[in-house]
Ligand binder design. Structure first.
Ligand code: PGA
Length: 241
């Protein structure tokens, strides 16, 4: 685990974008795993800027996403499909056929999970998985649990996650109770992982991830045994390590 602490959120975003740009320049066919949330927005903004300036291209790259709410239409403003299109995909030059986002409106969610795993395998696996982290140590929607879920699966969201995400909905009752998430095994299969976190609300999760036991009570702690993880933090998120 390589841990880098930057002056501020802006520097974290630039560093995250630089790692992704480096990957794309080295391999234009890079398969990216993309998260939603507030944290990656600055990284996406910088990647869009680099694309507009002709520094990078996504023409040959592929994208998968980390997770999606069950029951939200991909056009729903709070769906993760919508978020990724609005904040990133629509502004760069991915080919539509190279973007595979997990569908929360699939008729059979379990079949969608299986198909999603197969599609990742068929694409040759994820080369670089970008991650945020929840206040409770979740990655994707892999919530604190008694075991690590291996593959893409249906999850019941933790109360803390529903509360944290209610800021995006009219009220807490509107937050979906279930989601589909890449599993911990899916994430661990990525060749490289870049996790970004900023702000004091993430400090305890970062401590548990970096310094705690590897334990599904902090799903991100599994990253300690991934061979190529880079953690990008601001000073507030790094305060307890
Ligand atoms: P955030 O969410 O970037 O909005 O803090 C991260 C997460 O919950 O994984």
């Amino acid at each position: 685990m390589t841990i880098q602490v930057f002056e501020n959120e802006e520097q974290v975003a630039l560093a995250g974008a630089a790692l992704i740009a480096a990957e794309l320049l080295q391999d234009p066919y890079t398969v990216l795993g993309l998260p939603t949330g507030s944290t990656p927005i600055g990284i996406y903004r910088e990647l869009i800027r680099m694309f507009e300036n002709g520094v990078i291209s996504f023409a040959e790259a592929s994208a998968f996403n980390l997770d999606e709410y069950i029951g939200l239409d991909p056009d729903h403003e709070q769906s993760y499909n919508y978020f990724l299109h609005e904040n990133f995909i629509n502004h760069v030059n991915f080919r539509a056929e190279n973007v595979r986002l997990v569908q929360g409106l699939a008729v059979n969610a379990n079949e969608e999970c299986e198909q999603y795993e197969q599609d990742i395998t068929d694409a040759g696996g994820i080369d670089l998985q970008l991650l945020g982290i929840g206040r409770n140590g979740h990655i994707g929607f892999n919530e604190p649990a008694a075991w690590f879920e291996k593959t893409t699966h249906v999850v019941d969201l933790a109360a803390d996650t529903i509360a944290a995400n209610s800021r995006f909905f009219a009220n807490e009752d509107e937050v979906p109770r279930q989601a589909i998430s890449m599993g911990i095994g899916t994430i661990m299969d990525a060749e490289k992982i870049v996790l970004a976190a900023t702000g004091s609300s993430k400090a305890e999760a970062i401590r548990a991830m970096c310094k705690g036991r590897i334990d599904p009570a902090c799903p991100a702690s599994i990253l300690q045994i991934h061979p190529n993880v880079t953690i990008l933090l601001d000073p507030a998120a790094a305060a307890l390590i």
